[in-house]
Design a protein around this ligand. Structure first.
Ligand code: HEM
Ligand SMILES: [Ca+2]
Ligand SMILES: [Ca+2]
Length: 317
């Protein structure tokens, strides 16, 4: 038997954390996510990406939702350069879900838990796997734009850099390849892959690892100079709104959108995982669900000392 005096087992997050205090929390969030999914389907990819960008900076603590204070010299995370492209539909979904939850269970459920639940809902609504979300996160007290850059991977990150960043969050190479499968839905702005189309590595040629048909199509969307900066292209040209494993088959056909996507099919450390997931949808779904569960537990905050329970997710208490 463990002695209760010497070994204090830290309280873990639990699936039934709100069983007494807010038993209907999942249905409340679910009513908002299913509504959003019908009204504006891009809320799905937007919210899934929001969770990723939250968890990689200060852990899954809703630090990404904080709005910068007018007149303050330090900007909040959401206004960092690497977060500028996060769609407002993700923020809106969480704001609406929090509003609905607050009506029934005032000041009980953290914004961080709502974000984790909403992201799971959207994966499932788009046709992806369902998994249980563990709850009990508190919201964080820190949100600084200056902490974002080094923690978020970029479109031109090398596989080495990707592995390092994911490892620093306790995530394995398999987790990384599975989580990148989130790019089976959603869109990216031209600037994130423009050099692949016209001037790869400064050589005045397109990336040889891009399928010529995709290259041609993307060049029409994205002119080299003076294009509309709002234009986006789908990550998965075949099923941009369906959460399936087509992303991996695309990578094998040199149809990856970002250099960081395509690199996964080329690097010896990740190639065989891409192959496995391209072949076996169930294997991808299992690996994705398990990696999302792990990612949603990165450096979770608990307790008053480091955490808070916000009523308005965009403002510290
Ligand atoms: C492996 C490293 C990753 C890199 C370099 C990366 C990079 C990017 C970039 C550049 C965009 C396009 C943003 C824009 O132009 O608007 C994007 C979008 C997206 N990312 Fe990632 N990402 C990575 C991993 C992930 C992970 C782990 C997830 C979630 C589990 C994720 C989910 C998404 C989603 C769903 C979108 C589409 C967003 C939308 O359509 O609004 N990404 N990512
Ligand atoms: Ca965070
Ligand atoms: Ca797809």
């Amino acid at each position: 038997m463990l002695s209760s005096k010497t070994t204090r087992i830290p309280r873990q997050l639990r699936v039934d954390y709100y069983a007494k205090s807010c038993p209907q929390v999942e249905q409340l969030v679910g009513s908002v996510t299913s509504q959003q999914f019908k009204q504006s389907p891009v809320s799905g990819p937007a919210t899934i990406r929001l969770l990723f960008h939250d968890c990689f900076v200060e852990g899954c603590d809703a630090s990404i939702l904080i709005a910068s204070k007018p007149g303050s010299k330090e900007l909040a995370e959401k206004d960092a350069e690497d977060n500028k492209d996060l769609r407002m539909e993700g923020f809106e979904t969480i704001r609406k879900a929090k509003e609905v939850v607050e009506k029934k269970c005032p000041t009980v459920v953290s914004c961080a838990d709502i974000l984790a639940i909403a992201a799971r809902d959207f994966v499932h609504l788009a046709g992806g796997p369902y998994y249980q979300v563990k709850k009990g996160r508190w919201d964080g007290k820190i949100s600084m734009a200056s902490r974002v850059g080094s923690n978020i991977p970029r479109a031109n990150s090398t596989v080495d850099e990707l592995i390092k960043i994911f490892n620093s969050k306790g995530l394995t190479i398999q987790d990384m390849v599975a989580l990148s499968g989130a790019h089976t839905i959603g869109f990216a702005h031209c600037k994130n892959f423009l050099t692949r189309l016209y001037n790869y590595r400064g050589k005045g040629q397109p990336d040889p690892d891009m399928n010529p048909k995709l290259l041609k199509a993307l060049r029409m969307y994205c002119p080299n100079f003076g294009g509309n900066t709002d234009i986006v292209a789908p990550f998965d040209a075949t099923t941009p709104f369906i959460f399936d494993h087509a992303y991996y088959g695309n990578l094998q056909n040199k149809m990856g959108l970002l250099a960081s996507d395509q690199a996964l099919a080329l690097d010896p450390r990740t190639k065989s995982l891409v192959q496995d997931f391209a072949k076996d949808k169930q294997k991808f779904f299992q690996a994705f669900a398990s990696a999302m569960d792990k990612m949603s537990l990165v450096k979770v905050v608990r307790g008053k000392k480091h955490g808070e329970r916000r009523r308005d997710c965009s403002m510290h208490m």
